[in-house]
Design a protein around this ligand. Structure first.
Ligand code: HEC
Length: 318
């Protein structure tokens, strides 16, 4: 009996269908399920492949058995039906139909009667695939025109605003779950005991050599007073710890060693020093920090202070 040449084709198609279905149904976030559960997926794939091959063999065997139970005439009919291999002929016919080209032997019917030094021209019809695409674009244009220019469904501006709003919501949603996603512009003072304790641990293992355990200062400035060289407030302190102090002063950029969330924790811990008394405090350096966003109206004296702090801030940013 003739072997069915398309069996491997069916297995391949089924296999990829299974892969696609798994991608669709397995919840693996933004990444392909393959990358999230590699061993599991490969094991499963191998199993599926074996299963598909086994099924192909079984079907083949059943066909074989059935074939031998047929009488001679039926066998012949069966073979000729199989010969046709409809999956191939259908595709081929469709392809030829869409190309719409005349077979070589019929070209006499469409040949034009000029003859340029032996070069003849055929009057081929436009290929149907192209013509259908063209019709489809006309239909699309009509629908589009009616929807957007007659009924004014929505404008591109509205579509844009809508997408931005959705994205904004997604970002908010994401930020809730991703605590590590802070920078100097978005950081807020952390007040949870767990965050402050984590900040304390980070401070004690990285910063005490220069700032002392009680923040009194040594090589680094006093962190317990109201004076800040590089600006106070959680955002400035976060920025200083993340990016480091002025060149050559000894305060390195900690973003190489600490994650954003850790910087936020240690910055909040540093700010909790304010108002405490250190055992051996270093003299105040820098200006008294006044939060420019503080609600109370600033007195003239405070105003000049604020300006100075903002000046020194912009110097440190540069
Ligand atoms: C090698 C010594 C050293 C270490 C370690 C160090 N600092 Fe500093 N720190 C300094 C110096 C020096 C300055 C002053 C920088 C300047 O004047 O530009 C400073 C400045 C600061 C400031 C700004 C103070 C102000 O008045 O504006 C903060 C906040 C700070 N450090 C926090 C930390 C934290 C948190 C750590 C640990 C993660 C740390 N430092 C580790 C030396 C150090």
């Amino acid at each position: 009996m003739k072997n069915n040449t398309a069996w491997w084709l069916r297995i391949t198609v089924a296999f990829f269908l299974v892969i696609i279905l798994m991608e669709v149904y397995i919840d693996s976030g933004d990444k392909p399920a393959f990358l999230v559960y590699p061993t599991l997926m490969f094991g499963f794939m191998a199993l599926i492949l074996l299963l598909l091959i086994a099924i192909a063999f079984i079907v083949q065997a059943i066909e074989n058995v059935l074939y031998h139970t047929l009488d001679e005439e039926a066998k012949a009919r069966y073979l000729s039906a199989k010969e046709e291999k409809w999956e191939w002929t259908w595709g081929k016919n469709m392809y030829n139909k869409m190309l719409g080209s005349k077979p070589m032997e019929d070209e006499v019917e469409i040949i034009l009667d000029h003859n340029y030094d032996g070069i003849r021209e055929l009057d081929n019809k436009l290929p149907p695939w192209w013509v259908y695409l063209f019709y489809a674009s006309i239909v699309f244009a009509v629908v589009y025109l009616v929807r957007f220019h007659i009924y004014n469904d929505y404008t591109q501006d509205e579509e844009y605003a809508q997408e931005v709003a959705t994205a904004q919501l997604e970002i908010e949603e994401y930020k809730k779950t991703a605590k590590g996603l802070v920078d100097a512009n978005t950081v807020e003072l952390l007040t949870d005991a767990s965050d402050l304790n984590a900040g304390k641990t980070i401070f004690e293992s990285n910063c005490v050599a220069c700032h002392m355990a009680d923040g009194g200062g040594g090589i680094g400035p006093n962190l317990t007073d109201q004076n800040w060289i590089l600006g106070g407030g959680i955002k400035n302190v976060f920025h200083t710890i993340s990016e480091g102090g002025r060149d050559g002063k000894g305060m390195i950029a900690w973003k190489q060693n600490l994650k954003p969330v850790e910087i936020a924790q240690v910055a909040s811990y540093v700010l909790s020093f304010e108002g405490t008394t250190a055992a051996n405090p270093k003299a105040a350096e820098g200006d008294i920090w006044v939060d420019p966003n503080a609600p109370e109206p600033a007195t003239p004296a405070q105003e000049s202070n604020t300006e100075q702090v903002i000046d020194s801030m912009s110097v440190s940013m540069n």
